[in-house]
Design a protein around this ligand. Sequence first.
Ligand code: SF4
Ligand code: SF4
Length: 156
Amino acid sequence: MSDPINRTGLRHRFWERKPLKNMNQHEWEALCDGCGKCCLNKLEDEDSGEVALTRIACRLLDDESCRCSQYEIRHQFVPDCIVLRPDNLDTHAYWMPETCAYRLLWQKKPLPDWHPLISGTPQSVHDAGVSVRGMTLSEFDIPEDEWEEYVIEEPV
Ligand code: SF4
Ligand code: SF4
């Protein structure tokens, strides 16, 4: 399986030596494991601040590859899609998936063995059962007031 994310030409285990804020764009993008979980809609309780994950995916998520189908031009379709950067990770880490590489490194935790940067293949994410492959429904098909019925536990 070819990797939709360019992880070639990177220094061996660069994430263990380089702080997130010093990474270049290539290194930063390569950290994404391709799980697709951040592209699921979440419900946030305004009072408690608790975040619940649903299986209702953003309209641009490809359920098979778990990738954004229009990543480079996604803001034309989904203007509020977040551009994660080292300087806004503090603001977003609380809602990000437990296994998200950005969140793990932000928490000073190691990347798991199934991460494509370690396994050498994007397939390992699906084999480990941590991606959203085959489990999403499109936000086009489910009215927003029914999303509560589709709350799930994060696959980890
Ligand atoms: S949750 Fe993190 S690792 Fe998974 S697709 Fe989103 S940014 Fe990438
Ligand atoms: S626009 Fe693309 S990257 Fe953003 S949430 Fe939707 S599928 Fe994910």
